[in-house]
Design a protein around this ligand. Structure first.
Ligand code: CMP
Length: 141
């Protein structure tokens, strides 16, 4: 099915000047960027976005990292966009990410793993609404 998914280019990848390289991978795979914004998350925003991970051992480190610099947030649309994005990113733990994936090429650690992507249609809807409460562009093609 044609899906939408939320993608975040994390602060370490932004710091490496890799926004364009990463967005190019999405486009080359046939995903369309239908909304985008750049912002520096507050602790409150990062904690709310990752609320499902509250209480886990890596939570504080994750929030500290995600608020350490600007992030680029985008909505990707396309056939099987959720799975396709996750394939392009590679495994969450970069030590297990396949060669040629975003995390293999741009991650620095499990926390600083360069990109985030929604993991299901339900989380995609919640995460898209979190960053784009006003909605996203309609398809024009
Ligand atoms: P992300 O897809 O952004 O979702 C939650 C993030 O927590 C994950 O990517 C990792 O960057 C980070 N994280 C750090 N340690 C772990 C861990 N042990 N298990 C899962 N996620 C972790």
């Amino acid at each position: 099915a044609v899906e939408q998914t939320l993608s975040i280019i994390k602060p370490n990848a932004v710091a490496k000047n890799a926004i364009g390289a990463i967005l190019s991978r999405f486009e080359a795979a046939g995903l369309r960027i239908i909304a985008a914004r750049m912002l520096h998350l507050s602790k409150e925003q990062a904690s709310a976005f990752y609320a499902i991970h509250q209480g886990k051992p890596f939570f504080d480190e994750l929030v500290d990292f995600m608020t350490s610099g600007p992030v680029m947030v985008q909505v990707l649309e396309g056939q099987d966009a959720i799975a396709k994005n996750r394939d392009i990113m590679g495994a969450t733990n970069p030590a297990q990410a396949a060669p040629g994936t975003i995390r293999a090429d741009f991650a620095d650690s499990f926390t600083e793993n360069a990109a985030h992507g929604s993991d299901s249609p339900e989380t995609a809807a919640t995460e898209i609404a979190f960053f784009f409460p006003e909605g996203v562009c309609v398809r024009t093609r």
